[in-house]
Design a binder for this molecule. Structure first.
Ligand SMILES: N[C@@H](CCC(=O)N[C@@H](CS)C(=O)NCC(=O)O)C(=O)O
Length: 245
């Protein structure tokens, strides 16, 4: 069978998680980049046919199409290669690390004084235009338009943004406690939880949150994850401007 194909976007955190899992599992794979920023390729009918939620990543293995990052990395774990299953806490970590509203973390510094984020407003316009052009995708696009409105509303409430920051910081503290006790997030060996933690910490670093873990066991942990060949091979991004994300 030919190599699995990962439909992804370089900067997307979920794509980085999937790539880390594939590289650590030593699974040869091909990438088919989907430009979710400038070209909005995720809404093209051929991609929506693969991934009905119009998000990256998607993993295609022969005739099998796997969507949702947690399902993707677990599917990767089921392939031949090193055991990345981790201990009994691993699956909980995947859910917890996926839980922060990464969009809030990204857009909280890009707000106009009235709390509107021009990029999110523009996204709403794009979605409405696409709805006019693609009535066959009404369910998907109407759902995304409603989600975009909720997001715009949330961004107008500084206290809600603070809540998201506080719960993200608490997650980082829990990661620090985990690696105080053991070398990896979910036990004594590298697991899927480390693929998720690495991509999340890389993103948090770009947001300027590195101070949250300076001087804790997570500082050494992140250095160790960054020194693994997978960090570069999976194109994990932890430098540069928030505005380039
Ligand atoms: N639950 C999905 C979420 C995927 C997701 O939100 N992907 C983002 C990139 S990290 C995306 O494709 N965004 C494009 C868009 O929202 O239009 C998963 O885990 O795969």
């Amino acid at each position: 069978m030919s190599s699995p194909v990962l439909y992804d976007h370089t900067g997307s955190i979920c794509s980085q998680m999937a790539r880390l899992a594939l590289v650590e599992k030593a699974v040869p794979f091909r990438r088919r980049p989907v430009d979710i920023m400038d070209e909005n390729e995720q809404f093209e009918p051929w991609y929506v046919a693969l991934n009905p939620k119009a998000v990256v990543p998607t993993l295609v293995i022969g005739d099998e199409v796997v969507t949702d990052t947690i399902r993707i990395v677990n599917r990767v774990q089921a392939m031949d290669g090193p055991d990345l299953s981790g201990d009994r806490t691993a699956q909980g970590w995947l859910r917890d690390i996926m839980a922060p509203h990464y969009g809030v973390l990204l857009y909280r510094n890009r707000l106009d004084p009235d709390g509107t984020a021009p990029q999110i407003v523009a996204r709403g316009r794009l979605l409405r235009r696409l709805l006019g052009e693609h009535p066959e995708m009404a369910e998907l696009l109407e759902g995304r338009i409603a989600g975009n409105r909720r997001f715009q509303k949330l961004l107008r409430h500084p206290e809600e943004i603070e809540d998201h920051l506080a719960s993200t910081r608490a997650l980082v503290q829990r990661m620090a406690s985990a690696v105080e006790r053991q070398p990896f997030i979910a036990g004594s060996a590298y697991s899927l939880a480390d693929a998720f933690a690495t991509a999340a910490l890389a993103r948090f670093r770009i947001h300027g949150f590195e101070d949250w873990w300076r001087g804790t066991a997570l500082e050494d942990y992140y250095g160790r994850m960054k020194a693994r060949p997978s960090f570069k091979a999976a194109e994990v991004i932890d430098t540069g401007s928030e505005r380039d994300l």
